[in-house]
Design a protein around this ligand. Structure first.
Ligand code: TRP
Length: 328
């Protein structure tokens, strides 16, 4: 039997190369072996963007285009808000989680610190419960995520065990995280992870000109002032990206050797990185343009995916209703 994967993203902005190496690339490979569901988590996005519903709404199609640009055409892509059973299941799960447990979730904790809410919205504190419903309503076996999402998987499995015990069933399944091998991609500034809000990103839809301009901003070695100075490769963003995006390992090694020795200028290595990034982005941007010019097709893909996901959610939620006794 083919195993099921469930994963998703909050639609709060265009996707960038950090998303690509962290998850999108994995998903393109996984969709060949698994029954893969990819959720555009608009309801979860509202938990910290409830004052900006138009931002969430506008980014649904942006994320959809980015997915298709990457080649996610064998996955079931769907929209969270259009599956009311997820919200119903969330409500049942709320009873199985204590407030203290929610307050201990390390990812939520650090997000709360970053966001300086006026008061913590209950919806935000509870989003891991909603995420547990996302995952389990599809009886997902595997959830490909970044490290920051491991606490969500842990909480999901706690809920699954408690649900099965209390309602005397084995219907719900525990899930397993698939951690991507790649660590978080560092941003152009070399200091922070790549993130739209920090303005240190290369978007999957960037033009050649955008790429050239951004690569020029890359953090290199601040002590490498003159071409002939020896340069540091460690922590040098140009080399970090070359290692990831340039398949010619011999070339990378030789560039590093020459940079370390002195005599290779930042202009040179940035010029080479620009070419590499342009070659990487171009096919994605072309596919994206195709879909952007055929939005009816894009809307149909999302509609079909959502219908398929809803069907599965309905079937599984019927069993939940049965074991909890919610049938009249
Ligand atoms: N919390 C995830 C993020 O911020 C997005 C998400 C929502 C998700 N539901 C999910 C991820 C279910 C995996 C499974 O990136």
């Amino acid at each position: 039997m083919t195993q099921t994967i469930l994963t998703g993203d909050r639609p709060t902005g265009s996707l960038h190369i950090g998303h690509y190496v962290g998850s999108l690339q994995n998903r393109v490979a996984l969709q060949k072996e698994y029954d893969q569901y990819i959720m555009i988590a608009d309801i979860q996005a509202l938990t910290d963007n409830f004052k900006n519903p138009e931002k969430v709404r506008n980014n649904v199609m942006e994320v959809m285009l980015d997915y298709l640009a990457c080649g996610l055409d064998k996955s079931t892509i769907f929209l969270q808000s259009q599956i009311p059973e997820i919200a119903e299941l969330t409500m049942l799960y709320m009873n199985l989680v204590t407030v203290a447990r929610l307050e201990r979730n390390p990812t939520v904790k650090s997000e709360i610190q970053q966001k300086n809410f006026e008061g913590i919205p209950a919806g935000f504190l509870c989003y891991p419960v909603n995420q547990a419903a996302d995952i389990t309503i599809f009886l997902a076996d595997k959830v490909p995520v970044g490290e920051d999402q491991l606490p969500m998987i842990e909480q999901t499995n706690e809920i699954v065990r408690k649900f099965n015990r209390i309602y005397k069933t084995d219907f719900l399944k525990e899930c397993e995280a698939i951690l991507s091998e790649n660590k978080r991609l560092v941003g152009l500034d070399g200091k922070n992870k790549m993130s739209k809000s920090l303005g240190n990103t290369i978007f999957l839809k960037d033009s050649d000109e955008d790429i050239i301009r951004k690569v020029k901003m890359c953090y290199t070695d601040p002590n490498h002032v003159y071409v002939n100075d020896p340069g540091e490769v460690e922590g040098n963003v140009v080399f970090t990206y070359l290692d990831i995006f340039n398949d010619d390992k011999d070339e990378n090694d030789s560039l590093k050797r020459r940079y370390r020795a002195g005599g290779l200028g930042d202009m040179m290595i940035k010029g080479r990185l620009s070419e590499v990034m342009i070659d990487f982005i171009r096919p994605l941007r072309e596919r994206r343009n195709y879909y952007a010019n055929n939005m009816d097709e894009v809307r149909r893909i999302l509609k079909d995916g959502t219908e398929k996901a809803r069907q599965k959610a309905r079937e599984n939620f019927a069993e939940v209703r049965r074991v909890v006794g919610l049938f009249y």
